[in-house]
Ligand binder design. Structure first.
Ligand SMILES: [Zn+2]
Length: 297
């Protein structure tokens, strides 16, 4: 890899964090966390009797996912769906449709368990259970993992290696992928590129905030995309179909991804494609240089 062939857009910019395939300036990972009813059930199993709250969550796998699959098919872009296996069991047609469309399916707990509440043994049991359900229902074993609430425990990355995972997409300490000492690839995310903070709302139990205007959210995400592109980062967008499957938000995503595609220099890839690239070409990652100075304009 020729690390010197990249010319930054702006003279003060450091060398890019990463070089991406085919000379692309950045990578884009579109993630759909299909939490559905587990959003409520992982808070409190008694919420199963809160029919309207549960129905709002179920809107994701029932209505949001098919609509989002239609958009992804129209745009011909791949995505990564992290699905709790309670959702796979209770919405089997939805999970099959995601798999049949060729998108990647990653693990995301069984009932969207908060890992911090689990002992190491319990955490391993949940992972083994969910892998068994993926195998039984879809005949496949995920190699990517996104922790519920993005929050992992100290032993989680070793557990993922033990069960043959290629990557974790749960940490927030960087904006380009890296490898853990145990070889697991990390694809870090961030809360700014999440739809919960923008769109989530439920009256009781009280979740989220006042839903934001899609135009504001477009600006927020587009400006971060443009800047991440300048720095050669990996833009990891995390959407929940019960939020982002609502009509105006599907159109927001269409506008965002269409704009990204029009730049013609972003690599839109699944988590496993990004992890394979990182593992194949570890020399393309640049560590942050504390002594780096921006060029004078
Ligand atoms: Zn989730």
């Amino acid at each position: 890899m020729d690390l010197n062939r990249f010319t930054p857009f702006r003279p003060y910019l450091p060398e890019p964090r990463f070089l991406w395939p085919e000379g692309k300036r950045c990578a884009v990972m579109l993630c759909f966390d299909v939490d559905g009813e587990t959003t409520a059930l992982s808070e409190d199993l008694e919420l199963k009797n809160r029919v309207t709250t549960m129905s709002q969550c179920a809107y994701g796998p029932r209505v949001g996912v098919p609509r989002l699959l239609g958009l992804l098919d129209h745009l011909e872009v791949p995505a990564t769906f992290f699905i709790p296996t309670w959702i796979v069991e209770n919405h089997p047609r939805m999970a099959e449709a995601v798999a049949a469309a060729g998108h990647e399916i990653g693990a995301h707990g069984h009932l969207h368990e908060k890992l911090a509440t689990l002992s190491p043994e319990e955490e391993e049991a949940v992972l083994v259970k969910s892998l068994g359900i993926f195998e039984a229902q879809l005949g496949r074993k995920p190699i990517g993992y996104r922790a519920p609430w993005f929050e992992i425990n100290p032993g989680t990355t070793d557990l993922l290696v033990k069960y043959g995972f290629s990557y974790n997409a749960s940490m927030m300490n960087d904006d380009a992928p890296f490898q853990h000492e145990n070889g697991l690839v990390e694809i870090p995310g961030q809360w700014m590129l999440e739809d919960w903070e923008q769109f989530a709302f439920n009256a009781d139990p009280a979740w989220g905030f006042i839903p934001e205007d899609c135009d504001k959210v477009f600006r927020l995400w587009w400006r971060e995309f443009e800047a991440m592109r300048d720095y050669g980062c990996c833009f990891v967008l995390t959407l929940h179909p019960w939020l982002s499957g609502r009509p105006s938000r599907v159109q927001l995503l269409e506008r965002l991804v269409s704009g990204i595609m029009e730049t013609d220099d972003a690599w839109i890839a699944t988590g496993s494609q990004i992890a394979d690239w990182v593992r194949s070409y570890p020399e393309v990652r640049r560590e942050i240089d504390f002594d780096a100075k921006g060029a004078k304009a």
